[in-house]
Design a protein around this ligand. Sequence first.
Ligand code: HEC
Length: 121
Amino acid sequence: MRITQYIFIITLAFLIISCTNASENDLIDQVDPQLVITYSDYIKPIFDSNCIACHSNPAINGAGVPLTTLSEVQSSIENTNLIDRINRQSGESGFMPLGGSRIPQASIDLIIQWQTEGFAE
Ligand code: HEC
């Protein structure tokens, strides 16, 4: 075998090994089965910074529902279309937060995941 063939094979083997390792690590980073989206750690801060200026308890500025506790937020998701409201584009009728800018998509996704997982505390 010529030296260039050796170099080619060694380079190829190295590439395959390093690619395999990289994708394993990526998978471990992305799929964390321990991660539970809790109201106190992930959800409450979103509502506190974007919503409770009006959705306090009692709600002010004509905002129908309070959004200050887990049960208030859960109730609004189940009964008053909360997810739909924050998913609208700013300027669209019914958009929330009223008069503000759209909350980041990552936060919307977190709220949806929290709902899907059963509203963990
Ligand atoms: C500047 C005040 C203000 C802020 C901030 C605000 N809202 Fe509202 N919200 C209102 C008003 C006024 C209404 C009633 C009018 C309407 O339904 O559009 C309302 C209605 C709603 C409703 C429907 C309630 C019902 O009884 O049907 C939901 C759900 C809602 N807001 C969610 C949110 C969420 C989630 C946020 C934060 C991301 C937010 N709002 C931020 C003023 C606000």
